[in-house]
Design a protein around this ligand. Sequence first.
Ligand code: COA
Length: 373
Amino acid sequence: MIDSHPPVAILGTGLYTPKESISNAELVAAFNAYVGNYNHVNQAAIDSGDLPAMAESSVEFIEKASGIKSRYVMNKSGVIDPARMCPSLPERSNDEPSIQCEMAVVASREALDNAGLQASDIGAVIVACSNLQRPYPAIAVEVQAALGIGGYAYDMNVACSSATFGIQNAVDAVRNQSANAVLMVNPEICSGHLNFRDRDSHFIFGDACTAVVIGPQCSGAFEILGTRLATLYSNNIRNNFGFLNRGDESGIGQVDKLFVQNGRKVFKEVCPMVADHIVQHLADLDIDSSSLKRLWLHQANLNMNQLVGRRVLGREPSAEESPVILDRYANTSSAGSIIAYHLYQQNFERGDIGVICSFGAGYSVGSVIVQKS
Ligand code: COA
């Protein structure tokens, strides 16, 4: 929408990066050890044709298919233990802060510093991410308390698009004066809902947390020229975990309680949807794509980003125009496009325009067009 309301801007961003990381070689070594053990234990059934043998993964495939070389995780030892293949993150007591709150506080403090604001300047906290470690009390209320913020807080989930949908909510809140400024945070523990025993997807995700402060426009900030959201129901990316269908105790016994996708279909259906979405959004704001300085795209897959970039710009985007962070972070769900924005916006001059765009399960797409003031 083009608006006649007082301008709203992104005032600052922050990033929490976990201390531990797993290279493709380490991940593949663990996966292949798991496969070797699985095939050994099930040798008789495999030989009789009752069970298919599991195939090994490869570093070359992962890098070629996705562009991912490494990923940060909240716990490495559990993920690369062939006898476990999921993070070891013990449940915490009610008196301890949640892991997502801890991640959120670090990213939020940096975002507040960058914005030059104090906790007392914020009127609302939105935690927007793919998976929340509990339904309630909201993680956002916990973050609000940990930072000493007043006003109100709530959690929301639009999978990989959670951050742009959260920014839309923040913009609406500032415009409608339900909050003077909003802290929007994306604590993503994707390793907790990734099936590290699934060859097709074990390499896709990593963990990280981003934070964005949105408030009234001020000099030097990135004014939000427009936001646009879209959703279209699809079963091609799913996670069926929930309190009515929890799977077994370990959470790894029933694979559809973790992330599952039809990757080929996602690629084919989502890329054109995203490119058309951005092109139309720019056109409606009378912005020519040739005047775009940067595309901060959701970081799921390098080939996806290159295709979307080509369709929007009408040519191959340069590395500077469409920065890639998934080589070292992998897909961090809603945090991905914000990590790209956080790390690659320092050389913007007054008047330069860029697009933050997320996409993912739902399907869902969100674009936020910003201009350096
Ligand atoms: N190691 C080695 N080989 C593998 C492998 C692995 N880990 N996983 C799959 N393969 C093999 C397959 O068996 C297949 O072999 P075949 O041709 O002999 O049958 C081949 O590689 C191609 O597999 P496919 O699943 O079709 O791969 P792909 O080229 O479609 O790439 C994705 C897979 C997931 C990277 C790709 O579909 C994609 O990027 N999709 C976008 C989805 C996405 O990122 N979603 C996140 C949420 S937005």
